[in-house]
Every structure is written in C-alpha cells, then in structure tokens.
Write a protein that binds this ligand. Structure first.
Ligand code: ADP
Ligand code: TRP
Length: 321
C-alpha cells in the first residue's frame, strides 16, 4: 500500500501537527511504501516572504527528519523540486468542477475570516489533488480539516478515469479518531492561525509558559473535575497509555487535583518526550548542505515516479503528439 502526505513549511510545528499527521507518517514507513513532502507551493498561498519560505522549508525538513523520518525507507522531498506536479494540476483543473472547490470548508472559512482570497487559495485543492494522484496514493493521513481535500482528489480521479481509463488510484483519507482534532490552549482546534499552539522544539521556559496558558475552568481544587471538558487532560492523554489515562481520569473525578499541578506534570512530560528530538534537530539545522543533499536525493526518487505518471497523462490527453 502506498501512503502519502505533505505538510506546509509555514511557521513552527505544534502538537496538532505532530499527533494529527507526522507521528503516523513516521510509523508508516516501517510497514508501507511512504511518500512524504514539504508543501512549499501550498505555503505560498499565505506566505510571500521568500526568505521566510526558504528558511521554513529547510526547518520543516529538519523537523521531520529529527522526529524519525528516514529517507532510506521513504521518499521524502520538497514539493517544488518536483515541478511536474504543476503540470498535472493544470490538466486536473479541467476535471474539477467549480462547485467542488466552492464547497471547500477550508476556503470558505478563510474567506469568512476576512482573508481576501486569491486564485492560489481557491485552486489549492487542485494542486493537492495533483500531489496525491501523481504518486498513486492509496491512503492519505491527515487531520480532520484536510479530509474534504482528499475527497476532492478522489472525485477528480473518478472523473478523469471515466474519460481515459484506470489511470489514477482512488485515494482515501485516513484520520485517527483519537487525535482527529488536537485542542489548543483555548479548547478550539490547535492551529497556527488561532495563536493557541503548544510548539515543538521550544526552549524550556517558553514551553512552560505556553502550557501554563492552557485555559481551565474555575472549579476549586477539592471539587471533582470532568476530564472530558478539560483542555489539559485532552492534551495530556496524547502522551500516556490507556492505563495512565485511566489513572489520571480517576484523579480528576475524585477531586483534590489542582490544575497548576497537572499543568506542571504535562510540561515535564512534553519536555522529556521531545528532548532527544530537539538535540537531533539542532544538529540537522546546523548542516544545511547536508540537508539539501538529502532532499535532492529524495526529489530524484519522487521525480522518477512523477515522470512515469505524467507520461501516461500526456499521452492520454493529447499533450504528447
Ligand atoms: P495549522 O492549522 O496550524 O495551520 P496545518 O494546516 O499546517 O496546521 O496542518 C498540517 C497538518 O497537521 C495537517 O495534516 C493537519 O490536518 C494537521 N493538524 C493541524 N492542526 C491539527 C490539530 N489541531 N489536530 C489534528 N491535526 C492537526
Ligand atoms: N494542504 C495540506 C495542509 O495544509 C498539505 C498538503 C499539500 C497535503 N498537499 C498534500 C496533504 C497532499 C496531504 C496530501 O496541511
């Protein structure tokens, strides 16, 4: 089975990115054929500062590698190093009804939040479709917010295949229900755009500060508390096994638990969990040429696969004459 996903290099990483997508991808490389890339074309829909995009791209690559992405076991590259995907996006845009794009929540949400839409933002799911179909992906692990985009890819693949035969594999989104939406400091979805994140690779002090900002209710220490409505608990449970989760649940329900105390424990847990990765990340960032070399090798593998798909598409659609 082929598994593919991408992540935008815009800004720092947070727990939502890690548990919603990266962790699963890293686990997949042990058992499936994994394709994973840094979606820098997609990041251009919200980032025009070239320097920031370039730095962010290398950092995103270092983050993924530090967390365990192994370029020997998987195909790992930067989206713009395989520009063939743009040609496929153009071809596929002719099989994408306007209504399909107009219905995309992520686009509608951004417009509702007063972001002035440009064509890139509107066409973003078509490029994502090209990413997915180019590599014949069976499964696409994403957070819940990206599910609809994978469904667009599936619809477009069906339309294309109806016209030209079985060219594309029909992809399926994969969403881990346990971490479908990691809540942020304020209980809304953890997201860069809400400024409610707990970031990976932070200095201890900054990490502690973020965790102490998690919003809790004013229930007095001695009273029983509801773990299911507590943001601290919802984040904590991502780090512990079922048994530890049950123990913490009982502690909440019994009363006598202070939020400050659980936050301190959560801080220590997050810090210790990511400490070894942070060290590795800093080494990788310090060797930019080494990183570029790793990415170039990944792009070469991806380009080979892309060229194969594109040859078929060009032939079927008459671009090869
Ligand atoms: P952000 O919302 O912070 O801009 P991205 O859109 O860049 O995050 O998301 C990158 C990946 O991480 C996607 O697969 C997305 O679904 C996943 N993801 C982001 N935030 C969360 C979250 N709070 N819970 C679960 N998955 C998330
Ligand atoms: N749009 C995705 C995000 O913002 C990133 C992405 C681009 C992607 N192309 C993809 C994810 C293809 C999965 C498959 O998170």
């Amino acid at each position: 089975m082929r598994v593919l996903s991408g992540i935008q290099p815009s800004g720092s990483l947070h727990l939502g990115n890690y548990f919603g997508m990266m962790k699963k991808m890293i686990e997949y490389q042990e058992k499936e054929e994994l394709f994973c890339f840094i979606a820098n074309y997609h990041a251009q829909t919200s980032l025009s500062d070239g320097k920031k995009l370039a730095v962010g791209t290398l950092e995103a690559a270092a983050n993924f590698l530090a967390l365990g992405m192994d370029p020997e076991k998987s195909t790992f590259w930067v989206q713009s190093d395989v520009p063939e995907v743009q040609e496929l996006a153009w071809v596929l845009s002719n099989f994408t009804p306007m209504g399909l794009l107009e219905r995309c929540h992520s686009y509608k949400d951004k417009v509702a939040n007063k972001i002035k839409p440009n064509h890139g933002l509107f066409a973003y799911p078509v490029l994502m479709t090209a990413d997915i179909l180019m590599f014949h992906s069976d499964k696409v692990p994403v957070g819940k917010d990206q599910k609809q985009h994978v469904e667009v890819a599936r619809d477009v693949a069906i339309k294309f295949n109806n016209e030209y035969g079985e060219i594309f594999t029909l992809p399926e989104p994969e969403i881990d229900q346990d971490v479908a939406t990691v809540p942020g400091l304020d209980g809304r979805k953890m997201s860069k755009s809400y400024g409610n994140t707990i970031d990976l690779f932070l200095e201890e002090k900054a990490l502690r500060k973020q965790i102490m900002r998690i919003v809790t209710d004013p229930t007095p220490v001695e009273d029983p508390k509801d773990p299911d409505t507590c943001n601290v608990f919802q984040i904590y449970r991502l780090f512990v096994d079922k048994e530890q989760e049950a123990a913490l649940r009982s502690h909440y329900e019994a009363g006598g638990l202070g939020y400050g105390e659980v936050k301190q424990e959560l801080f220590e847990t997050v810090r210790d969990f990511f400490a070894p990765y942070t060290e590795r990340r800093n080494e990788l960032i310090a060797d930019k040429d080494g990183l570029r070399k790793t990415l170039a090798a990944g792009a070469e593998k991806a380009r080979w696969a892309a060229a194969k798909t594109l040859r078929k598409v060009r032939k079927k659609t008459g671009l090869t004459y």
